[in-house]
Design a protein around this ligand. Structure first.
Ligand SMILES: [Zn+2]
Length: 280
């Protein structure tokens, strides 16, 4: 069942659970994500980067077809739309949700550009995610982990001014691999959640953040958790294990990667309480 991300996240907010948003990078991983959702009777958000596929409209069409046939609610989200081109490509590729990432700009510029995207997307029934504060890179964690964190009052006014459906916030997570130990500013998260009322909140950089931190973040106001690196690493490790046997079955090679990827995703679906939350 193909749905908007707004439907998925508003339910999650009301019922107090988190939803994984795995970044898919191929037909195989997209199918794997939807299979996991169906096997656990869970709603799911499929995150797709604009640069990930040579033919994005075709790729989104492929995921839409899988989603329409699926027994559980599935949303398809353009991750990190950084340019006007990304947004237009996302709309024409028929995503059910688009992230407009102008988190590198000033507050005023971010408001102005996000507002414009919201205006276009809402006319078309597309959910919009934006980012306020800036989630940086794990390899630069010493600096990125403590700078450009989201200010609660700004988050509240940003939502009011832009009409955005959900908001990605910076509270100490980072993309990719952490260089150092991740430290989440839970006090800030709670203050943001309080200030933002009913608007769902998004955590980028879930990989490597740790079960305890992520589960606590979900309990304290996060509804969507983006995951990429950790799923791919789990797939790679399973593949390496499979290939240790020099007589490995060549027909099962891709399967070995996918199995590792799926297993890690299942772990998070269960951790965030997303299992059995699908509706008809
Ligand atoms: Zn991200």
């Amino acid at each position: 069942m193909l749905v908007t991300m707004k439907e998925i996240l508003e339910r999650a907010k009301k019922e107090g659970y988190g939803v994984t948003a795995p970044n898919v990078q191929s037909e195989d991983t997209a199918r794997a994500v939807i299979e996991v959702a169906e096997s656990l009777n869970a709603p799911m958000i499929v995150d797709v980067n604009a640069f990930i596929h040579p033919d994005l409209p075709w790729f989104v069409g492929f995921i839409r077809e899988l989603a329409e046939k699926a027994s559980v609610p599935i949303a398809i989200n353009l991750d990190h739309g950084k340019t006007y081109h990304d947004i237009m490509l996302g709309i024409s590729s028929r995503f059910t949700s688009i992230m407009v990432d102008r988190s590198n700009l000033t507050y005023e510029e971010n408001v102005q550009e996000t507002k414009e995207v919201v205006k276009m997307c809402h006319c078309l029934g597309i959910t919009v995610e934006a980012e306020l504060g800036h989630v940086g890179q794990g390899e630069n964690y010493e600096i990125d982990g403590v700078s450009n964190l989201t200010i609660p009052e700004e988050a509240a006014s940003f939502i009011k001014e832009t009409g955005v459906d959900c908001l990605a916030i910076a509270v100490g997570t980072a993309h990719g691999r952490y260089k150092g130990v991740p430290h989440i500013d839970f006090e800030r998260l709670e203050a943001i959640a309080k200030a933002c009322g009913d608007t769902p909140l998004v955590l980028h950089g879930g990989s490597g953040t740790g079960d305890e931190n992520l589960a606590k973040a979900v309990r304290n106001g996060i509804q969507k958790v983006n995951l990429a690196t950790e799923l791919v690493v789990a797939g790679k490790e399973n593949l390496e294990e499979f290939m240790k046997d020099s007589n490995f079955d060549k027909w099962k090679l891709m399967h070995a990667f996918i199995e590792g990827y799926k297993e890690r995703l299942i772990h998070y679906v269960k951790l965030f309480g997303q299992e059995n939350k699908a509706w008809k």
